[in-house]
Design a protein around this ligand. Structure first.
Ligand code: COA
Ligand code: AMP
Length: 635
């Protein structure tokens, strides 16, 4: 147990947040310094750095160029799927961002306007995000693996003035055309943006229509020849920088709001204290700009720090092999890398002995960070022994935007315990509660909650929906934010996060909603009722399984095969291939409580081979008995 720097910092962050975060805020350059560090005048809504004005893009680019980092690499794009690599210095990235911001401004984008970014892992995605930040516009990046219905739901809610997209992405060797998906989403959405900017990639050029403007890859001036580079627009610390939609249990995604001031302060603080990355270091985060990990640790945190970030357009395996991450780390001299455990499981599956490490100089790699799902002890042990560096599990959520629990490698490296993401990060007052909201004894499992206020950088609310924020997160235990994860704390204060207590799915580190997959299944004309559960999977941690009851008159025995195939395809078309739904079973009935709630958790427990908890309120226990052979894992 630490009695050192971590304990002191954590204690101060909780008892005197003004002093703690006021000091951290000095690392950010403010146009007007904040007058109030923590505004707690309107609980349960808390705001950080009230009165402060800043520009996030200025802090990520301009100030580094001004201070002498203009020729340092800011962004490396490494793309095995296109066979290309490019490095942009801080000066080059600033030029491109300022010019693209000018182009957006010429299309009418202003402070506060939303811009949806639907792009693969190309530098233009980073440029688009930073250009929005420069104008004080609010970007909303949608993961490229989402299909039209998911994209449409986000466009509908965010009501963007413009959409920035690309003609295609590349999945290992398969070219995925984005423009038809975007057009389908825009057809479905009642909100129509004024402009659509399409990056034309050579692998598949998109057909353009009246609303569309082309952005030529390799010819940055094409789109912007008439545009004047735009200056930074200062915004309030509490103004939104972005909205990132994430999956809840229902099909309607939640718009997580990130403000400018708290975000900049928290991410900057985390780089040195959690990740031990400072100015000039190289950080390689293998995720996607469409997820929160990509927002925070591919784009904003490394650039706010004056570090070099690597944008990798490839997979851990298959592009071309399981040595890809080691090549990238060696080639760019990464001091730390960050990805999801599932990526390491994929590498371990393809190269169990780590033979592909040979020939790569990883002497500069000091730490591997993993998050997005629980790091199972086997994967932890394999990664540690194969790489010979500390492998650090850390726990966080889209909502928080940066880690809730971690082994803080910069502040105070602590012993690592397999299966635990270590200790609460300063700013987070983490408690494990029982049903009545009482703290459970150490070692006992319960609901993980965080005492309000949440630290800077975390969500202040949901996009234009304060009530949903309160109902979804703050109303179960008064004065606490409910994380939706269950777990326990041991005698040393180490946290163990065991998984979601709700029906949110975590598939290969991707967060998906049972609700949206169920909505896709329910839309099939032959389906009367359905349920989706997440079951354990060796590679992806969890995968969804569908159970459907067919309408009277449909002969399941005769038509089951056709319907099952159609349902799998529907989910690919509506939610995206990323949902990884491969198995749907036609069943006679679904188990429910007397009030009609489907017993997903009980079904999940049967499918995972654990002892199922059957609520006393079950309507008809024979339904569950009939389902058990279908659900049970095959021996
Ligand atoms: N655009 C279009 N399609 C996409 C996509 C994208 N951006 N991302 C994934 N898909 C598709 C895949 O091609 C695949 O399609 P298929 O069913 O036709 O093969 C499907 O969605 C499932 O993708 P994925 O879950 O990535 O599985 P995979 O088998 O292709 O790869 C891993 C497995 C483990 C290698 C991969 O999941 C991975 O790299 N995970 C890392 C997770 C991560 O970065 N998480 C972010 C949080 S840190
Ligand atoms: P996302 O919002 O996509 O980042 O997903 C957040 C969820 O992923 C959390 O609520 C957890 O269920 C899970 N998660 C993320 N990191 C970890 C971790 N280190 N250990 C256990 N679960 C994790």
């Amino acid at each position: 147990m630490s009695t050192g720097a971590w304990a002191a910092a954590h204690e101060q962050s909780i008892t005197d947040p003004t002093a703690f975060w006021g000091a951290a805020a000095e690392a950010i350059e403010w146009a007007t310094p904040p007058t109030t560090v923590l505004d707690d005048s309107n609980p349960p809504f808390y705001r950080w750095f009230r009165g402060g004005r800043l520009n996030t893009c200025f802090n990520a680019l301009d100030r580094h160029v001004r201070d002498g980092r203009g020729d340092q690499a800011a962004l490396v794009h490494d793309s095995p799927v296109t066979g290309t690599a490019a490095t942009f210095t801080y000066r080059e990235l600033l030029d491109r961002v300022a010019t693209f911001a000018g182009a957006l401004a010429s299309l009418g984008v202003e402070k506060g306007d939303r811009v949806v970014v639907y792009m693969p892992m190309v530098p233009e995605a980073v440029v688009a995000m930073l250009a929005c930040a420069r104008l004080g516009a609010v970007h909303s990046v949608v993961f490229g693996g989402f299909a039209p219905a998911e994209l449409a739901a986000r466009i509908e809610d965010a009501r963007p003035v413009a959409v920035v997209s690309a003609s295609c992405g590349i999945e290992t060797t398969r070219v995925i055309e984005y423009k038809p998906m975007l057009d389908a989403a825009l057809d479905r959405s009642s909100h129509k943006p004024e402009s659509v900017i399409v990056l034309q990639r050579p692998q598949a050029r998109a057909a353009v229509g009246e609303r569309d403007t082309e952005w030529e890859e390799l010819d940055w001036d094409e789109l912007v020849s008439d545009a004047e580079p735009a200056d930074c627009v200062d915004v309030e610390a509490t103004d939104p920088l972005y909205v990132l939609y994430t999956s809840g249990t229902t099909g309607r995604p939640k718009g997580i709001v990130r403000d400018n001031g708290g975000h900049a302060v928290a991410l900057r603080w985390s780089m040195e204290n959690v990740y031990d990355i400072g100015p000039g270091d190289t950080f390689f985060t293998a995720s996607d700009v469409g997820w929160v990990v990509g927002h925070s640790y591919i784009v904003y945190a490394p650039l706010l720090t004056g570090a070099t970030t690597v944008l990798y357009e490839g997979k851990p395996v298959g592009t071309p092999d399981a040595g890809a991450f080691w090549r990238v780390c060696a080639q760019y001299g990464a001091k730390a890398m960050f990805t999801a455990p599932t990526a390491y499981r994929a590498i371990k599956r393809d190269d169990p002995t780590g033979s592909l490490l040979a020939g790569y100089d990883l002497s500069r790699l000091e730490t591997v960070f993993l998050a997005g799902e629980r790091l199972d002890p086997d994967t932890y042990a394999w990664a540690t022994s194969t790489l010979g560096v500390p492998v650090v599990d850390h726990w966080w959520q889209t909502e928080t935007g940066w880690p809730i629990a971690a082994n803080l490698r910069g502040l105070e490296p602590m012993p690592i315990k397999p299966g635990s993401p270590s200790v609460p990060v300063p700013g987070y007052d983490v408690r494990v509660l029982d049903d009545r909201g009482e703290e459970v004894p150490r070692g006992t499992e319960g609901a993980i909650a965080i005492r309000l206020p949440l630290p800077p950088g975390t969500l202040p609310t949901l996009w234009e929906d304060d009530q949903r924020y309160v109902d979804g997160y703050l109303s179960v235990y008064e004065g606490y934010y409910l994380t939706g994860d269950g777990g326990s704390v041991d005698d040393d204060g180490y946290l163990y996060v065991m998984g979601r207590t709700d029906d949110v799915l975590n598939v290969a580190g991707h967060r998906l909603s049972t609700g949206s997959i169920e909505a896709a299944l329910a839309g099939h004309p032959d389906v009367a009722e359905c349920a989706v559960i997440g079951v354990a999977d060796e590679l992806k941690g969890q995968v969804p399984r569908g159970l459907v009851v067919l309408k009277g008159g449909v002969d399941g025995a005769a038509q089951g095969e056709r319907i099952r195939a159609e349902l799998v395809q529907r989910v690919r078309d509506e939610v995206g291939a990323v949902a990884s739904l491969r198995r749907v079973d036609v069943v006679a009935a679904l188990p429910k409580t007397r009030s009609g709630k489907i017993l997903r958790k009980t079904m999940r427990e049967i499918a995972d081979g654990t002892v199922p908890v059957v609520p006393g309120t079950i309507e008809d226990a024979s339904v569950l008995d009939a389902l058990t052979p279908v659900l049970r894992p095959s021996p």
